[in-house]
Design a protein around this ligand. Structure first.
Ligand SMILES: *Cc1c(COP(=O)(O)O)cnc(C)c1O
Length: 376
């Protein structure tokens, strides 16, 4: 049996090897490392895939979020609401720009930001909401967009973990994750569902003026060479990374299907177990692209399970062990534990099993057998 990993990018590379290698050679022979034709081709193709007018590539997913906030001209002191239970990049860029981060609780079933908690957190200073489409499912965008509309707030989607997921509105309109808010931000970090071989990211919008502004911000605030109209950043996707993304984008849907298949395989083994809760699909509004397969362990020792699996050479990760409001960098002393009942439960219960496009049945069987053995 092949060694089990959380993500197996070496195996995924094999069938793409000749295409990617020859693409790399083309870039090396042309020396167009920055803004080569591969980068434009990729943004054009991603625009078509997502059904959105503008995809602006950038350096990574964290910068994509930062640039989104800069483009909307949020000012120091403006409040931005986001989830307490997620990766830190979202709250990090809010604070980096001297905006006020307001962390709120998530939904226990779906792990995504809770619309009722958003409502309670709104003040006259609130300017934006950043829902995170965590673990591969969209947050409840219908509710979030309604709240945003009522209070005149921007919605920026953190789509780093859900590229390719479909959202279905009550009127049956279907949209791709990341294309529903005023701006969407994503990451092409190698382990994401659409990953390159280094850092990469992108910003999505349907708004022409914002797209123009974002294209300036990613390039030092330049709209005309050496004329700097505003303070920008340097954030680019390089041509070598675009080669990888051009090879993988046509496969994204089949990759996501492979992840779903692996998730269903896990589900079958775990769904009736008294100590395990399998990932809930919010099927009435979103598809699931399983960036992570995250179980909840109840009435049993989650950390002991992780240790047991590790002794059997099975990696398993705790995403996320500490709520953001309790991180030294983001603890403003104002949060009350009782406002976060779900996050408080989740941090003690969650465990993510290996999930990627190359999982073999033999590996899945071995993981399943050992998870079940732990409880015997
Ligand atoms: C990975 C990730 C990011 C950051 O992306 P980078 O490309 O690593 O900067 C932001 N938000 C979420 C939810 C992520 O999972």
């Amino acid at each position: 049996m092949k060694k089990i990993q959380m993500v197996d990018l070496v195996s995924q590379y094999q069938p793409l090897k000749s295409q990617i290698n020859s693409g790399f050679e083309e870039v090396l022979n042309s020396a167009a490392f920055i803004n080569g034709p591969q980068v434009n081709l990729f943004s054009d193709n991603l625009e078509k895939y997502l059904g959105i007018k503008h995809v602006i590539p950038c350096g990574n997913g964290t910068e994509a979020l930062q640039i989104a906030l800069m483009a909307l001209e949020l000012q120091p002191g403006d409040e931005v609401i986001t989830a307490d239970f997620t990766f830190a990049a979202t709250v990090e860029v809010i604070n980096l720009l001297k905006l006020e981060s307001v962390l709120v609780d998530v939904d226990y079933d779906t792990f995504t930001i809770n619309p009722e908690s958003i409502k309670k957190a709104i003040t006259p200073k609130t300017k934006a909401i950043i829902p995170v489409h965590l673990f591969g499912q969209c947050a409840n965008m219908e509710e979030i967009l309604k709240i945003a509309d009522e209070h005149n707030l921007y919605v920026i989607e953190d789509n780093a973990q859900a590229i390719g997921a479909d959202y279905k509105f009550k009127n049956n309109t279907i949209k791709k994750s990341g294309t529903m808010g005023i701006i969407g931000a994503t990451s092409f970090f190698p382990s994401k569902n659409l990953g390159c071989y280094g850092d990469g990211g992108a910003i999505f919008t349907d708004n022409d003026d914002l797209a123009h502004k974002i294209k300036g911000i990613v390039n030092h605030g330049m709209y005309k060479r050496y004329y700097h109209d505003e303070v920008g950043v340097n954030s680019r996707l390089d041509s070598l990374q675009a080669v990888v993304l051009n090879a993988k984008l046509p496969l994204l849907d089949s990759y996501n299907e492979k992840r779903r298949k692996a998730a269903e395989y896990y589900d079958k083994a775990f769904s009736n177990h008294p100590n395990l809760i399998t990932p809930v699909r919010a099927e009435e509004y979103t598809t699931h692209v399983f960036h992570q397969y995250t179980l909840k362990v109840v009435n049993a020792d989650r950390d002991a399970l992780q240790k047991y699996l590790s002794e059997k050479q099975i990696p398993a990760m705790i995403y996320y062990p500490v709520p953001l409001r309790k991180q030294k960098a983001y603890d403003n002393g104002k949060y009350k534990d009782e406002d976060f009942p779900m996050t408080n439960k989740l941090i003690d219960q969650v465990i993510s099993l290996p999930m990627h496009t190359e999982l073999e049945e033999e590996q899945l069987d071995y993981i399943i057998k050992n998870v079940l053995n732990f409880f015997i």
